[in-house]
Design a protein around this ligand. Structure first.
Ligand SMILES: [Zn+2]
Length: 149
């Protein structure tokens, strides 16, 4: 296979997720899960969370147990770090208090202590740190812009 299978709903490329992630995230009977490769759709405007590589099967936001950060990135109370329960509101507050580095250190400490379970807890099936760092940068940038105004 040369092309990355794209989401049948929005046409964007998703990354592959472990079957264990799909199984732990679904709110519907796991009898629907097949032993086939699945991918995660991260498009905010698309309600598909998981789709099969062949595009024949999809699971939407209503069929998963967690609210998915990528599908509601503007929400304050969605989890961004599913293992240690941080929300975008937490991150905005940390940046306002200039303690965002402490938060990232704390997540890292949890990871090193083997306390994270990203493959079962985070709908994207891998570590949240990339999302956290990206949001911290975004909030920092918007803070600087608003101070200049
Ligand atoms: Zn999609």
């Amino acid at each position: 296979m040369t092309e990355t299978p794209t989401c049948p709903r929005c046409g964007k490329k998703g990354h592959s997720v472990d079957g264990a992630t799909v199984k732990s995230m679904l709110a519907v009977s796991l009898r629907h899960v097949q032993d086939i490769p699945y991918r995660f759709c991260a498009s905010p405007d698309c309600d598909v969370v998981y789709y099969s590589d062949d595009g024949a099967q999809t699971f939407t936001t209503h069929q998963v147990r967690e609210r998915v950060y990528q599908k509601a990135p503007e929400a304050d109370d969605v989890l961004i770090c599913y293992c240690f329960q941080h929300t975008p509101a937490d991150i905005r507050q940390r940046v306002a208090q200039s303690t965002q580095a402490t938060l990232i250190d704390d997540i890292n400490a949890g990871i090193h202590a083997g306390q994270c379970a990203c493959d079962w807890r985070n709908p994207q099936g891998n570590c949240c740190l990339g999302n956290v760092r990206q949001l911290v940068k975004q909030v920092e940038a918007s803070t600087i812009t608003s101070e200049e105004e």
